[in-house]
Design a binder for this molecule. Structure first.
Ligand code: ADP
Length: 609
């Protein structure tokens, strides 16, 4: 979609306001032209060069007949009341016209405010919605900071540059045309001089504008790098301090900051050139017009008299500000185009993890999940194979544990069940249906996931537990918290369930956070449970409480458990040992110990450590 059709599609829902804006702008320009032409009768009156019209002209709808009638009316005032009253009449008329002009200008902006802000709101919502629909693979691919920059600074850029230019785009061409029209009526010959210069000016401005856009693009992507560093620093503050890495981090940040500011310097220099450039070009035309027009007046040309010439200059001088703001808007739009481009890039990403048109709704889990000859490679990574030829089954009601050295591919294997990624080769089926043929929502509705790092949100305890089931009753929430061994500690907070847990649950201990994650999973009541090192980061005491909660959660469900500590999974129905992307052993605890293989080795290491 090209830039202008995108902008048009954004403002389309608010077309009524856009239309009203155009109408008010046209009215404002008309009032402005009329008030400025008043300078002509005013001067003629002062110089005593007016010709009195004592016969009423035919009142038609052409500009000429309106002017004729105005002169007739003015002559009548002069004849009946004298020149002073005529002067007073003109002054009152000009005041009224200016008032109306400014009223219309205000009204035009008033209705445009809706278009500007709602269009920006829409694009922000659109990109957020897109972000939620993107596959997980995308987020390791594109840096988070880059995405944040696109969502914040780029959207803001659109608001500032493009939307503020909207008004100009609606108003200024109309103003310029109407002013030119008035000038044409006064003196076609002089107007021609003005028209010659416009394309020349346009060309010069266009040259500078193109390089501006390039700088704007680079500048914004540098901003993404800066946000990445800020984000990383904020989440890694403990480590930065512990390793005394403040200085190194600062230097890294300064480096990026410098690059960004250098781009901005070049960009603003280009942009700042626009205003002096147009002003100078405007003055050059003005002088040319004064030279030719002045000569015509001096040579007593019949086309234009002194008063008319001054009127012409007055109107012409009014063309310069809109022409200038039009040029500025052009720069802004060039800058905004870069941002729009970056936003479009995100909006255009096609999620490869999405429902097929005839996707099947899975309304329960009755038999088994099966991995069939599955291989997997992360698309973004350096093509190293992560899982190789995996075949195994997770039958209903079973607890299967995945163990093995870290980096072996256990988490990846688990991530394939909620279809965070699609297998590179082979397939996974649930009750015989390939995951690719299932409706994602219905598939994920069956699953509860508890990971090593509890992902909680900056909200109340209540809302964090209710996350996957917003319509849950208070009793259900409390029951879930009880089962998860969380109820007691929650009540110890002054605000109980209404306590806000801070950013990522920062006000809670690791064990407390984990029990909230478990309560959240219990409330969802999933048929299939995926526990990815759910107790690994806890101390022994919290681990006991959490393990107890997990055991209750796992009752009567089908579970896939990734565990580092083998003691927690001895009672699993089956243990699958994964090393370097392959299943190397599979069986019950005792059976595997007797095999004297990798499991035995891992077990002995932990037991005798
Ligand atoms: P485990 O859970 O057994 O520790 P993982 O499944 O986390 O192993 O990782 C398996 C391999 O895949 C590792 O080599 C890791 O570097 C790689 N990996 C994990 N996640 C990603 C990702 N998002 N992008 C690219 N490579 C990844």
């Amino acid at each position: 979609m090209n830039f202008f059709s995108k902008i048009l599609s954004l403002i389309k829902p608010y077309w009524v306001n856009g239309l009203l804006n155009a109408v008010f702008n046209i009215l404002a320009v008309i009032f402005s032209v009329v008030s400025l032409t008043m300078v002509i009768p005013f001067l003629r009156l002062l110089f005593g060069t007016e010709e009195l019209v004592d016969k009423a002209p035919q009142l038609g709808i052409s500009v000429d007949s309106v002017i004729d009638y105005f002169y007739y009316y003015l002559s009548k005032i002069i004849i009946e009341h004298g020149r002073y009253d005529a002067l007073f009449f003109i002054c009152v008329l000009v005041t009224v016209l200016f008032f109306l002009k400014n009223l219309c200008r205000y009204l035009a902006l008033h209705v445009l405010a809706v278009v500007r802000n709602k269009a920006v709101r829409d694009i922000r919502n659109e990109i957020y919605k897109k972000m939620l629909s993107l596959p997980l693979g995308y987020f390791s691919n594109e840096k988070k900071g880059d995405l944040t920059a696109r969502m914040t600074t780029d959207v803001q850029e659109i608001e500032w540059s493009v939307m503020s230019s909207l008004e100009v785009a609606f108003r200024d061409p109309v103003s310029i045309i109407l002013f030119l029209f008035a000038m044409l009526l006064m003196s076609p010959e002089l107007t021609l001089f003005v028209l010659i210069l416009l394309p020349i000016t346009g060309f010069i401005i266009g040259k500078v504008g193109n390089s501006l856009r390039r700088y704007a693009e680079l500048g914004q992507s540098k901003m993404g790098d800066i946000i990445s560093i800020i984000d990383e620093t904020l989440s890694g503050m403990r480590i930065i301090k512990a390793f005394n890495a403040e200085e190194a981090t600062l230097n890294k940040f300064k480096g990026e900051s410098d690059k960004h500011s250098n781009f901005l310097i070049s960009m603003y220099r280009k942009k700042d050139l626009s205003s002096p450039l147009t002003e100078f070009l405007g003055a050059a035309v003005l002088v040319t017009v004064m030279w030719f027009g002045g000569k015509m007046v001096l040579s007593d040309s019949t086309e234009i008299d002194a008063a008319m010439f001054i009127g012409f200059i007055a109107i012409f001088s009014q063309i310069i500000p809109p022409a200038k703001s039009f040029a500025t808007a052009y720069y802004h739009i060039k800058k905004g185009m870069a941002s729009m481009q970056r936003i479009e890039e995100v909006l255009q990403v096609e999620s490869n993890i999405k429902d097929k048109p005839d996707a099947k709704v899975i309304d329960g889990f009755s038999d088994k999940i099966e991995y069939k000859n599955l291989s997997f490679v992360y698309e973004n990574a350096n093509t190293e194979i992560v899982l190789r030829n995996i075949n195994f089954e997770l039958r209903k009601g079973e607890t299967v544990a995945l163990v093995g050295p870290s980096g072996g591919g256990k988490s990846t294997l688990a991530d394939l069940i909620p279809r965070y990624y699609d297998p590179t080769e082979g397939d996974i089926t649930i009750d015989g249906v390939s995951l690719r043929d299932c409706k994602l929502k219905s598939l994920r509705a069956l699953m509860g996931i508890v990971t090593q790092e509890s992902i909680l949100f900056n909200d109340t305890i209540y809302n964090n537990i209710a996350f996957g089931k917003p319509d849950a009753s208070k009793e259900e929430i409390e029951e879930a918290a009880r089962v998860a061994n969380a109820h007691d500690f929650i009540l110890e907070f002054d605000n109980g369930y209404e306590t806000n847990i801070g950013d990522r649950g920062g006000k809670l201990s690791g064990g407390q956070r984990q029990r909230l994650s478990i309560a959240r999973a219990i409330l969802k009541n999933p048929a299939i449970l995926i526990l990815d090192e759910a107790t690994s980061s806890l101390d022994t005491e919290s681990e006991m409480l959490v393990q107890e909660a997990l055991n209750k959660l796992m009752e009567n469900r089908t579970s896939l458990v990734i565990a580092h500590r083998l003691s927690t999974i001895q009672h699993a129905n089956r243990i699958v040992v994964i090393d370097n992307g392959e299943i190397v052993e599979e069986g019950e605890h005792e059976e595997l110990l007797n095999k004297n293989g990798l499991y035995r080795k891992l077990h002995d290491m932990q037991t005798f450590a």
